[in-house]
Design a protein around this ligand. Structure first.
Ligand code: IFM
Length: 407
């Protein structure tokens, strides 16, 4: 049996666009219609209406923390026009968590933007931070009495990669230069938001909040041991995993590092070219590892090594996402166990980890992949919106309730 710290946070995450449904003022909503996206998000899981039922299930499963996101496009559907009704909705959501003894972890930006903001150039606009800060101020003032943990931005590098390099997400750009400016603007916005959130708490004489980001990290490994591959692994590790964190640390604008971990990337570079060094992966199925239903390698060792690499920052680490999409629930439980073992090993080696948040509480809209990937601890029937607790969730519940995992 392995035992986790008694103060540990255990829970699961969601994000607004992926679960709420009908976020009609968001750039994703507009984009789905404009490009004729074959599986639009629509009602998603109807979590906007069913959040209390979902939180009842989270409580039943022993969760003492829950990560959610606020949908900017609901709060501010037109520039400068804030809707009190929507702010109140999110306050009710946070209070519903508190009433169930669940600590809310609030994300302010999880991939989607208000359409008006996107039309002004989104995160490419040099004034993006001003728009973001105005929204952050409103939300913080409204929710601060009931909130302690804040995540400003979810997976900035993943966002920039999909939306500005791959061209797979709105605004479908394919430019390293643009992506790099977007990343800079996101970092700057975080730094400003970090100070602003702290100021709101100070003004209200509330004790200091804990503010971080959710940083997706990947274990990069060479497929064949060649110089090209080794160089690419080094560059990607520096750029994708650490550069954003380094920037925020330099400005002393992080209280914890939120880590999202899923997989490793097997690097196989075709030629000495900038694009290839950053993008090529093995396409010949050389990986022998088990995979999730999207074909991502299951690689728990990566969690351990990345946690140890983060130790140098001397900040607490919060696992804000770790999960698997699969129809095989036995594999899901095995995935959770293996990752918890890696996590425990890292804690034994002195890494300060605050908690483990599984992605996701319920099945949901997996962006460009639609609804078929099933990440949830709880299954969602998209015809009836009924929820069904999976066996893996019940096993995970034992860990959440006891803080221990049987080996
Ligand atoms: O569904 C996403 C989430 O929005 C951000 N992190 C990764 C998850 C699985 O792809």
């Amino acid at each position: 049996m392995i035992k986790f710290p008694s103060s540990f946070f255990w829970g699961a995450a969601t994000s607004s666009y992926q679960v709420e449904g009908a976020n009609v003022h968001s750039d994703w909503w507009e984009w789905e219609r404009r490009v004729g996206f074959k599986v639009p998000c629509g009602n998603a899981c109807r979590h906007y209406d069913l959040y209390k039922e979902d939180f009842d299930l989270a409580k039943q499963l022993g969760h003492n923390a829950h990560r959610l996101s606020i949908e900017w496009s609901r709060i501010e559907p037109e520039e400068g026009r804030f809707l009190p009704k929507e702010l109140e909705h999110y306050r009710d959501v946070i209070i519903a968590l508190r009433e169930r003894g669940i600590e809310p972890i609030i994300t302010l930006h999880h991939f989607t933007n208000s359409l008006w903001f996107a039309k002004l150039g989104g995160w490419y606009n040099k004034n993006s931070y001003k728009y973001f800060l105005r929204y952050v101020k409103k939300v913080t003032e409204f929710l601060c009495e009931n909130a302690r943990f804040w995540v400003t931005i979810n997976e900035p590098m993943v966002y920039a990669y999909h939306a500005y390099i791959l061209g797979a997400w709105p605004p479908q750009e394919k430019s390293f230069l643009r992506a790099s400016r977007v990343v800079d603007n996101l970092a700057f916005s975080h730094i400003k938001a970090y100070r602003l959130i702290n100021d709101v708490y100070k003004e209200r004489k509330l004790s200091r909040p804990s503010i971080g980001i959710a940083k997706n990290m990947q274990a990069f490994e060479p497929c064949k041991d060649t110089l090209k591959n080794r160089v690419a692994v080094h560059l990607r590790d520096r750029l994708f995993n650490f550069s954003f964190i380094d920037k925020l640390i330099k400005h002393q604008a992080l209280d914890f590092i939120g880590m999202n971990y899923y997989t490793r990337s097997l690097v196989e570079v075709k030629k000495w070219h900038f694009r290839n060094l950053f993008l090529d992966v093995c396409e010949e199925n050389h990986s022998q590892l088990k995979k999730n239903s999207l074909g991502w390698d299951i690689y728990p060792q990566g969690l351990y090594s990345l946690l140890l690499a983060l130790k140098k920052y001397n900040l607490p680490i919060f696992i804000l996402e770790n999960g698997i999409c699969t129809q095989d629930d036995t594999l899901r439980w095995d995935f959770i166990c293996q990752h918890l073992k890696s996590l425990h090993l890292a804690i034994k080696e002195g890494v300060n980890v605050l908690g483990y948040i599984y992605w996701s509480l319920i099945d949901n809209f997996e962006w460009a992949q639609g609804f078929s990937p099933r990440f949830g601890l709880i299954e969602v029937d998209y015809n009836t919106y009924n929820r069904k607790i999976r066996e893996s969730a019940r096993k995970f519940a034992r860990v959440c309730k006891t803080g221990a995992l049987d080996m």
